[in-house]
Design a protein around this ligand. Structure first.
Ligand code: PHE
Length: 334
């Protein structure tokens, strides 16, 4: 009875004291062990009472140890994890920018440095801004249903097939000198593959002033590729666009250092990254700019292509699948 009183009265918030208490009563050489050993010396008529007293002492000691330990753990949790109420409930995750945004921002930055500003326009366009003002004759194949997503016919409303439409809007609303780039999403009714998608992103550039020549265009392209890729081995192939004359396609020599280089460049080391040319006088006229006073150049590039080279991404579809395992590799503060 005396020991039971002692057990019930015991209080402690120290792990060591609670452990000492456990050893004293419940340990392999503890008091209870000794008392149970006394059992055989107890007179038979008292054994029942003695046994019950020992059992309740044992239960009381075990309960005491368990409840004190639990209280101790709760107290530690309170002072530790929940103690600082200003701490966030969940650790803050650092986000990742989409690789298209990273590359787009980088392109903008490179052109900002030589005086180009950013202009934007609608993704849903009319025929004039996407085609007619850009010198596309009425039966040009680019107007075919194959390439363009039409929303309405007569008058035509469509998803813009390039951001040249923004340049038309810019020329209509601004006087030369003009230096602007137009980044944005464009849409083409094309089969989806590792190299092509029906939605992709472009940055198109426009430069209009007096005495602008093809040499200015070439120098700007050299500057751009050097800043963007750290190398500027490029070649210009004669080409055709209705809105520029002369026109060219720009290839960059990337080399064949990795298997992805091999896949992206189809084993040649060269990749077409841009279309460009001198703005056709008809286009200037359509936008109320006098072609006898002004001339200009224009260029347009696909952001996906460039991102694929820079980040060694073998398949264009990866940009649109939103697979977190892909996206979280672009963690960046930029
Ligand atoms: N608009 C063309 C395209 O979508 C690119 C381009 C822009 C070509 C400007 C020449 C000049 O492919």
């Amino acid at each position: 009875k005396e020991l039971l009183g002692e057990v019930n009265a015991f209080q402690s918030t120290s792990r060591e004291e609670i452990e000492a208490f456990r050893i004293k009563y419940l340990g392999s050489k503890g008091l209870l062990k000794g008392l149970f050993a006394e059992f055989k010396n107890v007179a038979p008529e008292s054994r029942k009472e003695f046994g019950q007293a020992l059992n309740s002492l044992k239960n009381a000691a075990e309960e005491k140890v368990a409840s004190l330990n639990e209280a101790l753990e709760n107290a530690q949790e309170d002072s530790g994890i929940y103690g600082d109420l200003t701490r966030p409930a969940e650790p803050i995750q650092l986000g990742a920018r989409h690789p298209i945004s990273l590359v787009k921002n980088q392109i903008i930055e490179v052109f900002n440095r030589i005086g180009f500003t950013v202009s934007e326009g609608p993704e849903i366009e009319d025929d004039w801004h996407n085609f007619t003002a850009l010198n596309l004759p009425e039966y040009h194949p680019a107007r075919d249903m194959q390439d363009t997503f039409f929303i309405e016919k007569n008058p035509d409303t469509l998803l813009r097939t390039h951001t040249s439409s923004v340049q038309v809007r810019y020329m209509e609303n601004n006087k030369p000198p003009i230096r602007t780039i137009s980044p944005g999403r464009v849409f083409r009714n094309e089969d989806i593959s590792a190299r092509a998608h029906c939605i992709f992103h472009q940055v198109e550039g426009l430069y209009i002033d007096t005495d602008v020549s093809f040499a200015d265009l070439k120098q700007t392209l050299l500057y751009f590729t050097k800043e963007m890729f750290g190398k500027s081995k490029i070649r210009l192939r004669p080409s055709y666009f209705p809105f520029t004359e002369p026109s060219a396609e720009v290839d960059i020599y990337w080399g064949l250092e990795t298997e992805t280089d091999y896949r992206i460049t189809k084993g040649t080391g060269w990749l077409e990254i841009m279309g460009c040319g001198m703005v056709d006088p008809n286009v200037l006229q359509n936008c109320n700019i006098d072609p006898s006073v002004y001339s200009g150049y224009a260029f347009g590039m696909g952001i996906e292509r460039i991102a694929m080279l820079l980040y060694q991404i073998p398949d264009i579809r990866m940009f649109y699948e939103n697979d977190v395992r892909f996206l979280e590799q672009f963690k960046s503060a930029l």
